[in-house]
Design a protein around this ligand. Structure first.
Ligand code: SAH
Ligand code: F3S
Length: 477
């Protein structure tokens, strides 16, 4: 029930390691913050730099290049990165040839500010400019500052084969869309990651195939808004209406992509994230029900249970439409788990609107939740037009009420598994005990059970005997 989705809390900021390539003599230290897409982007960056002679290291002091892939979603995320930059600069005093670069959303948001005003980094690279890293590094080595924050209409890094970082060797992430067109008024993503575009299905299937040949067992298809996926030969989603008739007729949407992947790789588990209520189609739900290898779990952020707040957030659906979607999911996929993102204390939120959020939660009883107090982000429509007028203590109190309720619901959902047998993909040893395996079931619940002769990457049937609000405890059958 953590309040931080995405890269697991523990992994936030951990230096990312890949296989070492013989002959690569330079050392790259790379840290990632924020969403799963950022972690996947770091894998793309590591791939591009491995061709430039870099191997990854987790010892910052020995690095030739330190990169931090940043998140701008909440103010706290940016503050964390600020602290890291101070640390890098302290290390630079010991290791003066070391170069420091900022990647990702903060690079995009603050652009040259880091270089020109603050002079704390050598390199600033936005999320669509990673192919330019080799040129930018040349600039840096010639003693010049280097910045590229141009956002692209086409870039999907389709042909870059990510080097998997800190992987458990079992589950991997594959990006299928970049950017977002939804313009939720609170959200900085459309500004930092650009307009929405989809990746060629052929390159997606090829990447999955490569992962399968390396023995990966679970693939999560990633995008800020995966349900909006639409391939019609390349280009922005918003330009689809101008595409040729043939391009329109042969276009591939998300339900079709899921169907293609699940059919082609029946032994692989598929997950996807994130779904947006306004873009999720019944076709997707039917495709999930058709394929046992598509996990029965949907992350379906709603942000608020109040139609008037949803309007102010520019979410394109009402409370009633969301409930209808939930009802359809429950009807077609009775064993599907659901999770939410919620924002407490958005601009103008009244006590009554907040109660609507709690009552929606009561209705859905989400399995998991990721809950945040609203924090104004510079440049967003809300920052420009709507006063951030809910007092901090009220925001915190509402957030706590939401978290408390989610904890109850999480426990309730976990209890429903007691006495049942679930299929678990083993990901590794349990954090708490080396004598236990840890894995997840289709519904994304963490399951721990005593080790036997099975190994990491095996699918096993586990009988659930007990649970906490975050973990199922059982034994292999
Ligand atoms: N579609 C994206 C959403 C990215 S932002 C995805 O792939 O998950 C993740 C979550 O952060 C949002 O769903 C929202 O709940 C929260 N969030 C975004 N902007 C925020 C803000 N300004 N203040 C508080 N929470 C915010
Ligand atoms: Fe942000 Fe809304 Fe897109 S939350 S990422 S603008 S769907």
């Amino acid at each position: 029930m953590g309040s931080e989705k995405v890269i697991e809390e523990k992994k936030q900021g951990q230096a990312l390691l890949t296989e070492q390539i013989d002959g690569n003599s330079k050392k790259l230290y790379i840290e990632s913050y924020g969403c799963q897409m950022n972690l996947n982007d770091s894998e793309i960056v590591a791939s591009i730099l491995s061709k430039e002679g870099f191997n990854t290291t987790h010892v910052m002091e020995e690095a030739d290049l330190v990169l931090v892939n940043t998140c701008s979603i909440r103010e706290k995320a940016e503050q964390t990165v600020r602290k890291r930059l101070e640390k890098y600069n302290a290390v630079k005093k010991i290791n003066p040839t070391m170069k420091v670069g900022v990647l990702g959303c903060m690079a995009e948001r603050l652009k040259a500010k880091f270089l020109e005003e603050e002079k704390i980094v050598d390199l600033v690279v936005g999320p669509d400019a990673y192919r330019d890293l080799p040129n930018l590094l040349e600039e840096v080595n010639a003693g010049r500052d280097a910045v590229n924050v141009i956002l692209s209409k086409e870039e999907t890094y389709a042909d870059v084969s990510p080097v998997r970082l800190n992987s458990n060797g079992v589950s991997a992430f594959v990006s299928i869309t970049r950017g977002c067109d939804n313009m939720c008024t609170f959200c900085v993503v459309p500004f930092t990651r650009g307009r929405e575009r989809s990746r060629d299905p052929k390159s997606i299937l090829e990447e999955i195939n490569e992962l399968v040949s390396k023995n990966y067992k679970e693939i999560t298809l990633l995008g800020q808004n995966v349900d909006s996926y639409l391939w019609y030969g390349g280009g922005l989603k918003k330009d689809f209406k101008n595409a040729s008739d043939i391009a329109k007729a042969t276009a591939v949407d998300f339900a079709q992509l899921l169907d293609l992947a699940a059919t082609k790789f029946p032994k692989i588990r598929f997950r996807f994230s994130t779904s947006n209520p306004q873009d999720m189609s019944l076709d997707v739900i039917h495709t999930m029900s058709k394929h046992p290898n598509i996990c029965k779990y949907i992350h379906l952020p709603v942000q608020s249970g109040s139609t008037t707040v949803l309007q102010r957030m520019n979410r394109q659906h009402t409370r009633e439409e969301y409930i209808e979607l939930i009802d359809n999911i429950r009807r077609i996929l009775p064993d599907c788990a659901l999770s939410q993102d919620m924002i407490a204390g958005f601009c103008g939120e009244t006590e009554e609107e907040h109660k609507d959020t709690l009552s929606l939660m009561e209705y859905v009883k989400y399995d998991f939740g990721f809950m945040f107090a609203y924090s104004e982000r510079p440049g967003t429509p809300a920052a420009k037009k709507m006063p951030d007028d809910v007092p901090n203590d009220v925001k915190k109190r509402r957030l706590n009420e939401i978290i408390q309720l989610q904890q109850q619901h999480g426990l309730y959902r976990m209890e429903q598994f007691i006495g049942k047998t679930v299929e678990v993909l083993i990901e590794g040893s349990s954090k708490k005990s080396d004598a236990h395996w840890k894995g997840r079931n289709s519904q994304n619940a963490v399951v721990v059970f005593p080790k036997g002769t099975e190994k990491v990457g095996d699918f096993v049937q586990v009988y659930i005997e007990n649970c906490t609000s975050a973990t199922l405890i059982g034994k292999k059958v």
